[in-house]
Design a protein around this ligand. Structure first.
Ligand SMILES: Nc1ncnc2c1ncn2[C@@H]1O[C@H](COP(=O)(O)OP(=O)(O)OP(=O)(O)O)[C@@H](O)[C@H]1O
Ligand SMILES: [Mg+2]
Length: 481
């Protein structure tokens, strides 16, 4: 089920993403905060499995409590859990299926699995290909072992439905064209410049006042201002620029009416409020270089594109740059949605799907989902537990049992009886059907195409164990000033 979160400012967030839910929750207990951090760590490491990791940690903690009650020392439990987790990760490799990045079907399936449980699951047939294509667009499948998700730009524009979400061929801007002075909104053969200075009269560094009491002097100031701006705009035109992106400044106005007037006269498209942290991506995508002052405004710093156009779609204005000549390896995704709630969740879900593909680039192996890997690990660990002596055996057994929380929860969520389902699953795995899992009923989960990256599960297992071990070794809480 999804969660509705009301923030302190009375804003509403609807989400299914574990990390988002926990981040918004107001948790008091310091140990609980560690679980929130755990989920955030999984979000950074794998991007998906942020709910599973906390569920798993909770289950391991209650297993640890039982062991403590039996009189086993916390350090022994921690050690036992650590080696059990290492063993479990090794065992998981047995059922992993190697995947290569040309197997588009497998990539699509894993993206769909991560979207399955989301609010926007009915759009997974649209979002999965977008996630797969945009990752493949920014990497070199042969040589890359990681994906920088900063290279994938996600722009949200209200209007339409999630179905209208698309991977844009080219680049989209968050900002709109300034049209107040009647400047152009469509430029073919664009030569794009990104400037970091302003087209407005300069201000002194210190706060001061100038009193002008002579009418002629006033005239001169106005003339001076006019000349200054005209000079700037002329130099820009001379370098051949016809699309001007202006970085946001907190010191001065990016443009004023007069400079806009000049720009529009010279048919230069102007877009302001480019954020500082966007600069790098824009430069990489468009092949331009940021220009810090007018003296260094030269032609070689411009980026070229066949078309820069602002168009209107479902009530939002969108600036799209297409036919970029010096195309860097970036991708732009335009997320649409009828309201902010659904649009934000679509963005978060898309992020999960992108992360899943990133996991597959990092480690090219898939495992079945739907509780199958947990049952497999649990069964194998129980076998190993029998060969271990003393406390270790008990800890292994407890760890193995704790893993069953995932299939139990999945069964519960599909309205099945958890105990009988998990028992049956265990039997089927014992008979060698290592791919049986839960998808509404017990099935061969691979045949149902429910697959997830190996990395999501191993990272969840390792991170959850690490947190539990850390908690186990604490015996007191000290309040600091
Ligand atoms: N169609 C499906 N049938 C059965 N199990 C599924 C299916 N789709 C996903 N799962 C299982 O659901 C679990 C993931 O659930 P969910 O996506 O809600 O949480 P998460 O991935 O742990 O966290 P989050 O997505 O919030 O970061 C995995 O164990 C996965 O194998
Ligand atoms: Mg998920």
């Amino acid at each position: 089920m999804d969660k509705m979160i009301e923030t302190g400012k009375k804003e509403v967030v609807v989400s299914n993403d574990g990390a988002t839910i926990l981040k918004n929750m107001s948790v008091m207990h310091p140990a609980a905060r560690m679980l929130v951090d755990l989920s955030a760590a999984q979000d950074v490491e794998a991007g998906d499995g942020t709910t599973s990791v906390v569920v798993l940690a909770g289950s391991l903690l209650s297993a640890a409590e039982k062991l403590l009650n039996k009189g086993i020392h916390p350090t022994q439990i921690a050690e036992g859990f650590q080696s059990a987790a290492a063993e479990a990760v090794r065992v998981l490799d047995e059922i992993a299926i190697p995947v290569s990045l040309d197997e588009r079907e497998s990539l699509l399936k894993s993206a769909s699995t991560s979207l399955n449980s989301k609010v926007v699951s009915q759009y997974s047939n649209i979002l999965s290909p977008i996630a797969v294509d945009s990752v493949l667009q920014v990497i070199n499948p042969e040589s890359d072992n990681n994906v920088d998700l900063n290279d994938i730009r996600i722009v949200k524009k209200l209007g339409g439905t999630v179905e209208d979400t698309q991977l844009i061929p080219g680049f989209v801007l968050n900002q709109n064209v300034i049209t107040s002075a009647g400047g152009p909104t469509r430029i073919e053969k664009a030569r794009i410049a990104l400037i970091q200075f302003q087209l407005s009269p300069p201000k002194p560094d210190m706060e001061n006042q100038i009193v002008v009491n002579d009418y002629r002097q006033m005239d001169r100031i106005l003339k001076e201002e006019r000349n200054y701006l005209l000079n700037l705009v002329k130099k820009i035109k001379k370098a051949g620029c016809n699309v001007l992106l202006i970085q946001k400044s907190i010191l001065r106005d990016a443009v004023n009416t007069l400079s806009l007037h000049f720009l529009s006269k010279l048919k230069i498209m102007a877009i302001k409020d480019i954020e500082r942290d966007e600069v790098e991506l824009i430069c990489k995508s468009l092949g331009c270089k940021p220009i810090a002052d007018i003296e260094s405004f030269t032609e070689d710093k411009l980026g070229y594109a066949d078309l820069v156009e602002e168009y209107e779609s479902n009530g939002s204005r969108i600036v799209q740059i297409s036919g970029i000549r010096n195309d860097g390896k970036t991708a732009s995704v335009l997320v649409r949605g009828a309201n902010n709630l659904i649009m934000d969740e679509a963005e978060r879900s898309l992020h999960d799907a992108l992360c899943v593909i990133r996991c597959l680039v990092k480690k090219r192996a898939l495992i079945p989902g739907g509780g199958a890997p947990e049952v497999h690990m649990s069964r194998r660990l129980m076998d190993i537990a029998k060969t271990k002596k003393g406390f270790q055996g008990i800890c292994y057994h407890a760890f193995a049992e704790a893993l069953e929380v995932i299939p139990t929860t999945l069964a519960e969520n599909s309205g099945l009886s958890p105990i009988s389902i998990v028992t049956e699953l265990r039997n089927m795995h014992a008979e060698g059907q290592a791919h049986s899992g839960i998808n509404g009923r017990i099935t061969d989960i691979l045949a149902e195409s429910v697959v997830q990256p190996l990395l999501v599960s191993t990272s969840a297992l390792e991170l959850a164990t690490e947190t539990v071990m850390m908690l186990l070794k604490i015996d007191d809480i000290v309040q600091a000033r």
